[in-house]
Design a protein around this ligand. Structure first.
Ligand SMILES: NC(=O)c1ccc[n+]([C@@H]2O[C@H](COP(=O)([O-])OP(=O)(O)OC[C@H]3O[C@@H](n4cnc5c(N)ncnc54)[C@H](OP(=O)(O)O)[C@@H]3O)[C@@H](O)[C@H]2O)c1
Length: 367
């Protein structure tokens, strides 16, 4: 059983959605999406980047033909591609994506990322977002939104846009809560949709989820999903296993109490599941150290500090003259500053060095 929430334009969106990142096009994604629809999922998340829109379209068509759902029961969301000719390309791209999905409209069209690290991100973001606004006005998408927007990106977008985004899809789980951006979205009536709800399978290395789960007769995945919902975040989950898909919708018959919510809150600052800004921190958890690069103009004027693991570049040249020099410094992280998820990494090492020890699988006790 899934439930809906109302977005800032009055449209309904299912709270829990099924994600399809890393799921191959064709039979693989088709089988996954059909079983998800049978289980009760109505929100399906994909992207041009995932390359699986065609298989998803086939699954949707078959489920409609079988009378399991009607088109209007489903909430299909996809994301604009990465490219250079941005407004025109994005504008035309939705037609191609609709064709692949076999649909006349999508329920949500998203800008995939905020072009972090690019000096021209403001221009890039607005150029694509303008195309999203046009497509929204034309009814080709019922809602529009953004992904991976931090506070800076969102504040800028809000100052420039004509149509406020309905959602901001960001990484969200107890080990990475992004409290500042979640707060900003709430203030502006933008729904946060969380990806990586299971930290890409890594929540199963943190025993607290199982411990709390025992209080409610729920498993770790259900606790992570419920945590997001109680924080006002609409979680996306991903599993190709029908039994797991079903379990993950069974979260509307209990509430995590405030003491347990507090324990989960305290996990914040841990692992990141993907290569976003947090990647070096994940490295730090494994190696217990962070590398900091200091960039200096003409070899002595400091102008930027960056946490990075790339060790290759040390100097930037202009016509053969070194203009930017980078200093590298490795700092050890004190034991008390290392996050709780370090325990998970250590257990994993233990398991690897002692395979004879019959313990739970890498991704947890739920098979
Ligand atoms: N906008 C963006 O930039 C962005 C980035 C990343 C993701 N997303 C979206 O968000 C969706 C969800 O995020 P995610 O893909 O990172 O997935 P996730 O839900 O955090 O984790 C999925 C992983 O957890 C495993 N898993 C699921 N249930 C389990 C259980 N009960 N026990 C043990 N393992 C379990 C799955 O394996 P099995 O399949 O074997 O169950 C899968 O490997 C994505 O699919 C995508 O649609 C968006």
């Amino acid at each position: 059983m899934n439930k809906n929430i109302i977005l800032n334009n009055g449209e309904k969106m299912p709270i829990i959605g099924i994600g399809t990142d890393l799921v191959r096009d064709g039979l693989e994604v088709k089988t996954m999406i059909k079983s998800a629809i049978y289980a009760g999922y109505r929100l399906i998340d994909t992207a041009d980047l995932y390359g699986n829109e065609r298989g998803i379209g086939e699954a949707i068509k078959e489920c409609i033909d079988e009378g399991i759902v009607k088109r209007e029961d489903l909430f299909i969301q996809t994301k604009a591609p990465f490219h250079f000719d941005r407004y025109n390309y994005t504008y035309k791209s939705l037609d191609v994506q609709l064709q692949r999905l076999g649909l006349d409209y999508v329920d949500m069209y998203l800008l995939h990322h905020a072009y972090r690290g690019s000096f021209t991100w403001r221009w890039q973001v607005m150029d694509i977002y303008r195309a999203l606004e046009t497509l929204y006005r034309q009814g080709k998408t019922k809602n529009i939104g953004v992904c991976n927007f931090g506070k800076m990106h969102l504040n800028y977008l809000l100052s420039e846009c004509d149509i406020k985004p309905q959602i901001n899809q960001i990484e969200f789980h107890p080990q990475h809560q992004q409290r500042g951006v979640v707060e900003l979205c709430k203030k502006n009536d933008i729904q946060v949709q969380g990806w990586g709800t299971l930290n890409n399978g890594r929540i199963f290395d943190e025993p607290l989820f199982d411990e709390i789960g025992k209080n409610y007769n729920k498993n770790a995945a259900q606790i992570a999903i419920k945590y997001a919902i109680q924080k006002g975040v609409a979680p996306l989950v991903r599993s190709q296993k029908p039994n797991r898909q079903k379990e993950m919708l069974d979260v509307f018959n209990f509430e995590i109490n405030s003491a347990d919510m507090k324990k989960l809150d305290d996990l914040d600052g841990g692992e990141f599941s993907h290569n976003h800004e947090g990647e070096p921190i994940e490295e730090a958890i494994k190696s217990k150290q962070i590398e900091i690069k200091k960039y200096k103009m003409f070899g002595f004027l400091p102008f930027m500090k960056k946490y990075k693991k790339n060790r290759r570049i040390t100097k930037y040249y202009l016509f053969g003259i070194p203009i930017v020099k980078t200093d590298k410094k490795i700092i050890e992280i004190p034991k008390d500053k290392q996050t709780k998820t370090l325990a998970g990494v250590e257990r994993e090492r233990e398991r690897e060095s002692n395979p004879a020890n019959p313990q739970k699988s890498k991704k947890g006790s739920l098979k």
